[in-house]
Write a protein that binds this ligand. Structure first.
Ligand code: TEU
Ligand code: CA
Length: 537
């Protein structure tokens, strides 16, 4: 059914293809494996899938280093498999969003090979090349997210090139119109193949400062308490010139115009800039001519979200981008799984999942979160993530959230593969396998199914306004309203101890079905630790 607004409030399931399901016994997940498991995803009742990159790649950053945007890596299958995946997903009512990594390519990409070959070839300006400073050092002080200088010396062309991530992920030069055109053609290629939208990787990194000015050092007070606060020097710079340039928005406007040529297309842009704040995020999504949604990092941080901080984030977003749209997530393939990151027991996981499903905005569920998976421990000898290898042991990298999905407790390698998987199957995940939880009423998996259904039946949750009634460290109470719909009262106890709150004015009726029936006495609700109260008015 045509529905240009399907993405507003949608629930999107993120698939990390290497770890979903292996179909040919090489220990690596693939597109045929995903097709086989689409029924599991459909059973969750989600609207769409976002598939992390499956394009041709030397896999140094596991697909986020693309060497051919227009083909499937043989490891994952063929274009025919992809077409079959889209067809099957559509039959099941699932939309397909693919992950376009446009800011950089792999150094194996034909464009880069040509660009590095001389200073005057047709693609000489397709990447960011610069001469050394007089003493031979890199052109400026920009740093790579993955460690060290953002500049790599190239012996062939005898110049430095810019890379915001791995040195084998050279940054494309978005100041070159032909680069923008080529990338738009890539998007068109996939739109013609029938995709429903995109997750756009690192949209904040597209354009760099033309003059290559040095970044200032960050003041102590504003240092980013991110994944590796005391480890990665990247977090001690203010990234004034290497990203978030205003020209990013100009490219995104071109990208949006292209999407608008096709029906029902949506994209979510990734902007990981906690330290720069919501102002920038709102620029990317405000109005209807850039990205539809901004992927929000607020619920992905190392510190457990309190009532006060949640309220602040939601309020800020509404004030700064009243006509913008956020897409929230608790976990993804880059961060420690939230069950472990926030040290949540099962009740805590259920509480935050309920909160997620009550937020205004769209939401992502990361594969395995619906099973309550914890972060797996991957020893150094088995580590694959280059980011983890660089900063080990202070930062253990991203492999712990990328281990294979357990499908059955008794199959070989949890039913993921007949062969030794590329990352070990976490033994403690086996009892949480899909087949185990599927048949257990009240399991985390069945709870997620109920939650998604609950949200889908009540559009006021996805799209209504939000008014915070009470917020403290442990308590968050808000009311969601939309014209012509019953208002909803949503209360969350984000702590261990019982908490009380006074019902706001109105006749609130507890909604049966989701968990615990709270004690209401004299307009005062008592919520046990880690419990939510949802009522309709
Ligand atoms: O991540 C971009 C991003 O925000 C990273 O800087 C993130 O902070 C880092 O991975 C630590 O968690 C995207 C992809 O999600 C990531 O997997 C890729 O490695 C990266 O881009 C480069 O393409
Ligand atoms: Ca495989």
């Amino acid at each position: 059914k045509p529905d240009p607004d399907w993405w507003r409030g949608a629930v999107i399931y993120q698939i990390y293809p290497r770890s979903y399901q292996d179909s040919n016994g090489d220990g690596i997940g693939d597109l045929s494996g995903i097709i086989h498991r689409l029924s599991h995803i459909a059973s969750l009742g989600v609207d769409a899938v976002w598939i992390s990159p499956f394009f041709t790649s030397p896999m140094l950053d596991f697909g986020y280093d693309v060497s051919n945007y227009r083909d499937v890596d043989p490891m994952f299958g063929t274009l025919g498999d992809f077409d079959a995946l889209v067809a099957r997903a559509h039959e099941l009512g699932l939309r397909v969003m693919i992950d376009l990594v446009l800011s950089h390519t792999s150094s194996e990409h034909a464009w880069f090979k040509e660009s590095r070959s001389s200073r005057d070839n047709p693609r000489a300006n397709w990447y960011v090349w610069a001469d050394p400073r007089p003493d031979g050092t890199p052109p400026n002080n920009w740093l790579s997210v993955f460690g060290g200088s953002a500049w790599q010396w190239d012996g062939e062309r005898r110049q430095y090139y810019l890379h915001n991530f791995l040195s084998k992920q050279p940054d494309l030069n978005f100041h070159e119109p032909a680069v923008q055109d080529a990338l738009l053609d890539v998007a068109r290629f996939w739109l013609e193949r029938g995709v429903d939208g995109f997750r756009l990787d690192t949209i904040n990194f597209y354009v760099h400062d033309r003059q290559l000015r040095d970044n200032p050092a960050l003041e102590e007070s504003r240092r980013n308490a991110s994944i590796a606060p005391d480890v990665n020097p990247y977090n001690f710079q203010e990234h004034l010139y290497d990203k978030n340039q205003p020209e990013n928005l100009v490219f995104l406007e071109r990208f949006r115009a292209l999407m608008n040529e096709y029906p029902d297309i949506a994209c979510v842009g990734e902007v990981g800039d906690a330290q720069i704040g919501l102002k920038i995020v709102s620029d990317y999504t405000r109005g209807d001519n850039r990205v539809h949604m901004c992927y929000a990092f607020d619920f992905l941080g190392p510190e457990r979200m309190s009532g006060t901080r949640s309220a602040q984030v939601l309020k800020d977003f509404e004030e700064m981008a009243p006509d913008g749209w956020a897409c929230y997530a608790l976990s993804n393939h880059d961060v420690v799984r939230h069950a472990s990151r926030w040290n949540l027991d099962e009740a805590g996981q259920r509480l935050y999942a309920t909160l997620l499903m009550c937020l205004r905005g769209s939401v992502c569920i990361y594969q395995g979160e619906e099973l309550g998976l914890t972060e797996a421990y991957v020893p150094f000898e088995e580590l694959q993530d280059p980011y983890g290898k660089e900063f080990w042991p202070k930062f253990k990298g991203r492999d712990g959230c990328r281990t294979p999905i357990p499908w059955s407790a008794d199959g070989p390698h949890g039913g993921f593969s007949d062969q030794k998987p590329w990352l070990p199957m976490a033994m403690e995940h086996l009892s949480l396998a899909v087949a185990e939880q599927d048949r257990r009423p009240g399991s985390m998996l069945n709870f997620y199914r109920d939650l998604v259904a609950f949200r889908r039946m009540r559009p006021v949750l996805a799209k209504g306004t939000m008014e915070v009634v009470e917020a403290s460290e442990d308590l968050l109470v808000f009311i969601r309203r939309a014209d012509g719909r019953a208002p909803m009262l949503c209360a969350f106890n984000m702590g261990r101890a019982a908490r009380q709150f006074r019902l706001p004015e109105g006749a609130w009726a507890w909604i049966e079905g989701l968990g615990y029936m709270p004690k209401v006495d004299n307009e005062t609700v008592t919520l046990p630790g880690w419990h939510a109260y949802l009522a309709e008015g």
